[in-house]
Design a protein around this ligand. Structure first.
Ligand code: FMN
Length: 241
């Protein structure tokens, strides 16, 4: 199985998203998958110009000469793409959105009705990669991922694909926390990410058992909020001293 993970965090290699993707891919590699972790922040990705030249003048090819030519090749040649992004304003980061907008050369402009009676554009390629989502956010609570979940489902539908797996971690900033009492929970979480990667590469999905473990925060929300607010007080206190 060929898996390409596209990491849309502006923090790149220092991101929580990066930690999640790295552990997940380690497990997938153990199961024999061929993987790649692409840091979109290191790539040159211009914003879509909305000119539709990729549909009319040069079908399937964007007029912008940047890293998207290579990245779209990687997308279409993968069995599974991982859209990995921290939650920004309840959605994806700007980097990830630019990347997603540039997918339009992959589809043909003609309209069609799908099996549910909804309209979309026609396929340009016989096969599209399946989609997986990895995301983390700052707030406690899985409800913060509602909009992103729906967005990726709609995007998958529009690109003749489907979301086959998703991992969402709230209180995501805890993943890099060095407090000793958090270490066992972080180690366990990373092991479960590896298990999920192994499962995807062997069965094409993540078991309910592992999914449920990965949806649990690293510490209870009330403790997180108490400690996080103390942290902000300390940081802001440094400014006034
Ligand atoms: C501009 C901006 C917007 C954000 N919006 C949200 C948000 O809507 N909800 C939330 O829970 N966290 C939000 N966060 C917090 C990030 O999701 C959080 O810091 C995350 O752990 C960053 O992950 P990364 O290290 O992978 O980039 C936001 C952060 C920034 C900088």
């Amino acid at each position: 199985m060929k898996i390409a993970a596209f990491n849309g965090s502006p923090r790149g290699r220092k991101s929580n998203t990066g930690i999640m993707v790295t552990e997940f891919l380690t497990g997938a590699e153990e199961a024999g998958a061929e993987t790649e972790h692409v840091f979109l922040s290191e790539k040159k990705i211009g914003n879509c110009l909305g000119c539709f030249k990729c549909w009319i003048n040069t079908p399937g090819k964007c007029v912008i000469q940047d890293d998207m030519t290579e990245l779209l090749g990687q997308v279409i040649n993968s069995d599974l793409i991982i859209m990995a992004t921290p939650l920004y304003v309840d959605g994806v980061t700007g980097i990830m959105k630019n990347f997603m907008d540039r997918f339009i050369p992959l589809i043909d402009p003609h309209f069609e009705k799908d099996e549910d009676g909804e309209y979309r554009h026609v396929k340009r390629f016989p096969k599209y990669p399946k989609i997986m989502i990895i995301s983390n956010c700052g707030m406690p609570g899985q409800e913060h991922f509602q909009a992103i979940k729906l967005h990726f489902r709609r995007m998958a539908r529009n690109t003749h694909s489907e979301v086959v797996a998703e991992i969402y971690l709230d209180c995501g900033e805890m993943l890099k926390n060095q407090i000793p009492i958090l270490r066992p929970a972080i180690t366990k979480y990373k092991k479960n990410l590896q298990k999920a990667g192994f499962e995807i590469a062997t069965t094409g999905e993540i078991s309910q058992k592992v999914s449920e473990k990965l949806a649990k925060p690293l510490l209870p929300a009330s403790i997180f909020v108490r400690e996080a607010n103390k942290y902000w007080d300390r940081e802001l206190g440094k400014l006034s001293n």
